[in-house]
Design a protein around this ligand. Sequence first.
Ligand code: 3NM
Length: 203
Amino acid sequence: MGLYACVASAVWVQRLLELGVKDIQLRIKDRPALELEHEVAKAAESCRKAKARLWVNDYWELAVRYKAYGLHVGQEDLDRLMTSPDLPLVAVKNEGIRLGISTHTFAELGRAIALRPSYISLGPIFSTTSKKVRFGPQGLARLRQWRHLVNVPLVAIGGIGLEAAQGVRDAGADGICVISALTQASDVAQAVHAWRAVLRTGK
Ligand code: 3NM
């Protein structure tokens, strides 16, 4: 899977597509419904043209409507999806939309595995300021444990900078999901280039 970018707008999606990023999660919080839909529609169209994989965070109806490659859900999103009587996860799977699930604990991991996702993420590997997470850093030892338990692609997320990428890879991550390492980079093109170079090598 390699480099997996997580961004909050269709403009960022387009920018990263132009730099060759192939897995992008659109993670938008607290935007009016119409704006949100517009962003997802735009991002989906851009990814289709670029033959890249768009993962929509949380908004399963939009992921279905705009035929995103996948839906990424956190644990709270999953709680809602699983307690909704019409079981949206079934609709998502029926539409051929892949599922990616965030995990932080063994209990969460067990539930995630049961849902047969296309990838499982573990976070935060290191401390991060990009998201308020209820958990402290998991570290590479936890990532190695997950590697033994997970037989779908494993994505590491949270506080991962380029200098740590090889170690994270060696601990078993198939993909590394980043926000700030790209969106806060002084030179985004150079950052993408460097990340792709590191993640092309190794397994
Ligand atoms: N989810 P950065 S950590 C969106 O642990 C997200 O599930 C996490 O951003 C989790 O690369 C995180 O800037 C933030 O640290 C990742």
